[in-house]
Design a protein around this ligand. Sequence first.
Ligand SMILES: Nc1ncnc2c1ncn2[C@@H]1O[C@H](COP(=O)(O)OP(=O)(O)OP(=O)(O)O)[C@@H](O)[C@H]1O
Length: 219
Amino acid sequence: MNIAQPTFAVTAPILLDAANLSCVKQDRVLFEQLSLHLKPGELLQIKGKNGAGKSSLLRILSGLAQPDEGQLQYLAQPLPAALSDYAANLCFIGHQSGIHEQLTAIENLQFWQAASDLHIQDEFTLLAELGLAGLEDIPCRMLSAGQQRRVSLARLWATSAQIWILDEPFTALDQSAIVSLQQHFIAHLQRGGAIILTTHQPLSIEYHALRALEIHYRW
Ligand SMILES: Nc1ncnc2c1ncn2[C@@H]1O[C@H](COP(=O)(O)OP(=O)(O)OP(=O)(O)O)[C@@H](O)[C@H]1O
């Protein structure tokens, strides 16, 4: 996938700045002195073996968990003080699909709209775009894993948040859905969005502002 360079300035402000983060779980240091930053138009892939600490890092970067050490800043304002501004500009989708399985796809979209910044003009059109035509009105527990993941990812087609933090977004998706999602990432980046994600699959994106950070498994 060959991508043109976005036109906005490379001097854009740092959206998210993490300095000297450390995280300890069950007496194991997952990472320490970990620093990163994210600017508009950048995609940062967090790599590492199972259990290395990728999800733990994403939860810290999302403001859902506190680091054992280190600081986070959103637009040069320290968290947690800037948390509400940060949360308003963030779309976090975790490893679990986050859908309510007893609700239909439409009802899940309506729930997310009521609870967040999502604005969906026509839920049926959006779900059709995601390959879910005809499946809008059945409880999500009756959908396949990949279909449930598509419902979950529909938020990325409706959010106005600039920063997306995504834990294993490609899980359970077929190849065409993976391609479509990667194209959607590129469109977001070219509009000045920014993405941090984990994936065990290689990204098939050629993009000038793609960076990777590996968390090495520590015993
Ligand atoms: N809430 C928690 N309480 C205790 N230990 C935890 C907790 N969350 C994560 N861990 C531990 O921290 C380690 C890292 O987990 P994490 O989910 O961050 O890894 P990961 O790199 O995302 O792995 P995977 O690639 O398998 O998703 C694991 O050993 C896990 O057991």
